[in-house]
Ligand binder design. Structure first.
Ligand code: SF4
Ligand code: SF4
Length: 70
């Protein structure tokens, strides 16, 4: 299992319906809506709290393990 620090924020744009919930809940303003899809605008600030993952109704954003990148 990857620990929290090794996790990476992953966005599945095709699943995102642009509701903006994750943008609202992110405490660090990491996310923004662009062209009705979520976009990571400030990855440096992400504290990997997982709130976006928790709130997204469409499983379009989540903290995945490094292995998910492959
Ligand atoms: S994990 Fe937390 S800080 Fe990072 S984008 Fe999601 S809500 Fe924002
Ligand atoms: S909460 Fe999910 S569906 Fe809504 S904007 Fe964020 S990633 Fe897209």
């Amino acid at each position: 299992m990857a620990n929290q620090n090794e996790k990476k924020l992953i966005v599945k744009k095709s699943w995102c319906k642009g509701c903006g919930i994750c943008v609202e809940f992110c405490p660090k303003n990491v996310l923004a809506l662009k062209h009705e899809k979520v976009e990571i605008v400030d990855m440096e600030n992400c504290i990997k709290c997982g709130l976006c993952e928790l709130r997204c109704p469409d499983y379009a954003i989540y903290l995945g393990g490094i292995e998910d990148e492959k």
